[in-house]
Ligand binder design. Structure first.
Ligand code: GDP
Ligand code: IMO
Ligand code: MG
Length: 490
């Protein structure tokens, strides 16, 4: 009687078919060919999985490992040099992603940061909540700077649309919450995701057809207008105006709209390489973050699959972007926050002012329990450490190795808000390097104390470093990962 598969979990299908005896008798080359035949990724790349390190070109997910603004856009723009398609998969115009290339500086809220590369395709996936007005403004801005996104920007027809009801509700709720406010960006993100899950949302495809749009907007207006007038003392929004405006906007974005999932499936099959661009950060994730002081989407790497409509087998590497210190915008706990002169210095040197709202970013030392959590919930394969140069002038730098809480040592930021509030960070102080790193272009050129600091970070979170950023410009990047170096021809 054949043994059940569950009893033999580590066997590949070939071994499973032939049994242990067969395994001993088959030459390795035959096993490799068989694997190649059955593994679609191996087939698409022309390499057997066992040969990944020698030439396999990976699809990379890039996510924020802290509370957002880690420099994801800078890293995505750089990794785009080794990719074909860049995909946003969650969040909305709450994101502010800054890319500096030459003399030009762009802040993207919805369009993927890879759009600066004129030969690359950019995709806004179904997991994003799309504000069409913002999207069109970004497209217009690109044109004024000589970049044409037509024919290479695609928007999922099943992404949800942020309507005026959402931003009005977002702001009204925050106002009413007073001191308990989340400190949202006011871009309607939470209400839009709520309507999506509540099954009363409007999707991009609906904007092309009044028969779809009208009943949905009318139903949504009923719910929210009552809320506005009864609970928030805010004027109702006329659904007729919304229907008219959004049908017009639908016509304007129509050339970009498609079935993104189908498109990406074909691209993966054709061996195209993808970069998935996360927004926000892991500790703002609606499940893994400091709830309720979080955003309303899943920001973790696993959501790249759901929010782009690609299977999880298409995700190969997960790059966690980590600022060399920590920042947070908005309210909520922040164990290593510096409410003193040092915090002000970090803000000033790091230019830590919100790219979307212009608010001061709260600043603090590097927090290993935060990034350790990110390493675990995202399955990080690489760290992309940014803004190391911001620490160049410090005499000493501190690193939080763990927390103490209720007499216990904690290696991970806890899930319960009150417990996070009781955590005391435990620091290790390290000597600074007191020299300019912005011109370094290889790991060897970095000062010894900076190397020690980087090594400490990697060791504490148990993830290897893939790249280091020492300035906002594209060339201010140090590549460590061999696969990336090979892809870039370095
Ligand atoms: P994102 O939301 O994660 O893409 O990050 P933001 O764009 O909101 O904030 C990061 C800021 O740091 C931007 O102004 C970037 O231009 C800048 N930046 C990125 N990497 C570096 C770096 O290595 N050093 C310095 N000094 N600035 C950087
Ligand atoms: P990027 O992609 C930093 C924060 C807000 C607020 C909370 C909820 O640029 O890293 P929301 O408007 O999402 O309902 O606000 O999340 N927040 C961000 N903080 N970077 C971001 O994006 C953020 N997007 C949202 O400040 O605390
Ligand atoms: Mg940002």
């Amino acid at each position: 009687m054949p043994r059940s598969r569950a009893a033999r979990p580590n066997l590949t299908p070939l071994f499973y078919l032939l049994g242990e005896k067969g395994r001993r008798e088959i030459p390795r080359v035959a096993i490799s060919r068989f694997k190649q035949a059955i593994d679609p990724r191996a087939a698409r790349q022309g390499f057997a999985p066992g040969h990944k390190n020698e030439g396999y070109m990976a699809n990379r997910v890039v996510i924020g490992s802290q509370w957002g603004d880690e420099g994801k856009a800078k890293v995505v723009d750089f990794l785009t040099l080794d990719a074909d398609i860049i995909v946003r998969f969650q969040g909305g115009a709450n994101a502010g992603h800054t890319v500096e290339v030459g003399d030009q500086k762009f802040v993207f809220h919805l369009i993927p940061s890879g759009i600066m590369h004129q030969d690359k395709i950019c995709v806004i996936g179904n997991g994003v909540v799309l504000d069409p007005i913002q999207t069109l403004a970004e497209i217009a801005d690109l044109h004024t700077k000589g970049i044409n996104p037509e024919g290479r920007l695609f928007i999922a027809n099943n992404a949800h649309v942020v309507l005026p009801y959402h931003s009005t509700l977002d702001k009204a709720k925050e106002k009413k919450a007073g001191k308990a406010a989340i400190g949202t960006t006011g871009r309607g993100i939470g209400p839009c995701y709520s309507d999506k899950v509540n099954r009363i949302g409007v999707r991009v495809g609906d904007l092309m057809d009044e028969r779809e749009l009208r009943p949905r907007v009318e139903a949504m207006a009923k719910v929210h207008n009552e809320e506005f007038t009864v609970m928030y003392d805010v004027p109702a929004i006329d659904p007729e105006v919304v229907i008219k405006d959004y049908l017009e906007l639908g016509q304007k974005i129509k050339p970009f709209v498609t079935d993104v999932s189908e498109m990406l499936y074909k691209a993966v099959k054709a061996g195209k390489r993808l970069v998935f661009e996360g927004a926000q950060g892991t500790i703002l994730d609606v499940d893994q973050g400091t709830y309720p002081f979080v955003t309303s989407s899943n920001t973790v790497a696993g959501y790249a699959s759901c929010g782009a409509g690609v299977g999880p087998t298409a995700l190969d590497e997960v790059w966690g972007v980590v600022k060399a210190y920590t920042t947070r915008v908005g309210n909520g706990p922040f164990p290593t926050e510096l409410l003193d002169e040092t915090g002000d210095t970090l803000r000033k040197i790091g230019n830590e002012y919100g790219a979307t709202t212009g608010r001061n970013r709260r600043c603090g030392w590097f927090d290993a329990p935060v990034v350790r959590k990110a390493a675990v919930v995202n399955g990080l394969t690489h760290l992309a450490i940014t803004k190391l140069d911001v620490l160049d002038t410090f005499d000493t730098v501190k690193i939080c190795t763990h927390y103490e809480c209720d007499g216990e040592k904690l290696d991970f930021i806890p899930n319960q808000l009150s417990k996070v509030g009781r955590c005391t960070p435990v620091y290790e102080e390290m000597p600074g390097w007191k020299c300019d790193t912005t011109k370094c272009r290889s790991y060897d050129e970095l000062p010894e104390n900076a190397k020690k600091y980087l090594q400490k970070m990697a060791e504490l979170v148990d993830v290897k470093i893939g790249m280091i950023s020492i300035g906002a410009k594209r060339d201010q990047s140090i590549v460590i990962d061999k696969g990336l170096a090979k892809g870039l021809g370095l």
